[in-house]
Ligand binder design. Structure first.
Ligand code: GDP
Length: 195
């Protein structure tokens, strides 16, 4: 897809009603600091469309980017800030659950996991939620450039085992520095636009 325009069209907070879109949606989820903003910027060829390195305590929102009036990229709030209160965590969970449960146009969920680390309990919970809601998540293993080549396969195995990934799940190693993986993600989004 040639990106002609990208527009942050809707920002939803905890109490917002989610938009009833007619265009297809693809959502991106992951723990805070996993590299989600960097990935969105890399996908869009923009330097600072999505915020990078959001600070703990910042408002957690669901952001809808309209791409070419063809598809929405939905940026889900990052999870896993240690300093966030239980009440905030609960709100976050409810917001994500509401989105996964009610969005009629959601076609694909990309779950980002840092390739260097064993998935956290929150990562596993997020994966299970996505599957429970009937989606087949695509796993994006971020920060690939931070590993030596020789470590990649071992880390992918740790990731697969930690999430207990279903056989056949697509896993895309990605780096926002080298842009490796960008084309694979776009191919999945293109297919959604074309169907
Ligand atoms: P977010 O909280 O998930 O949106 O994560 P950010 O995109 O803000 O990234 C968190 C930190 O990781 C920032 O310092 C980024 O520069 C860095 N980062 C993100 N992606 C990559 C990557 O692919 N490679 C490297 N080396 N650093 C990355």
């Amino acid at each position: 897809m040639v990106i002609k325009n990208v527009n942050l069209e809707t920002v939803c907070g905890y109490t917002s009603t989610l938009p009833d879109n007619t265009l297809p949606e693809v959502a991106f989820a992951g723990k805070s600091n996993v590299g989600k903003s960097s990935l969105i910027n890399a996908l869009m060829n923009r330097k600072a469309l999505a915020r990078t390195s959001a600070q703990p305590g910042k408002t957690q929102t669901i952001n809808y980017y309209n791409i070419n009036e063809e598809i929405y990229l939905v940026d889900l709030p990052g999870y896993g800030f240690a300093k966030v209160s239980e009440a905030e965590k609960k709100k976050w969970g409810e917001m994500i659950e509401k989105y996964l449960h009610t969005s009629k146009q959601l076609k694909k969920v990309f779950l980002l996991i840092d390739i260097r680390h064993k998935p956290s309990a929150n990562d596993k919970m997020m994966y299970d939620w996505i599957v429970y809601q009937g989606f087949e998540p695509v796993i994006v293993a971020t920060k690939l450039d931070k590993l030596k080549r020789s470590q990649v396969q071992k880390q992918i195995k740790i990731l697969k085992e930690g999430l207990e990934l279903k056989k056949g799940t697509t896993l895309i190693p990605f780096s926002s520095i080298s842009k490796q993986g960008r084309e694979e993600i776009w191919a999945i989004m293109d297919e959604i636009v074309d169907t």
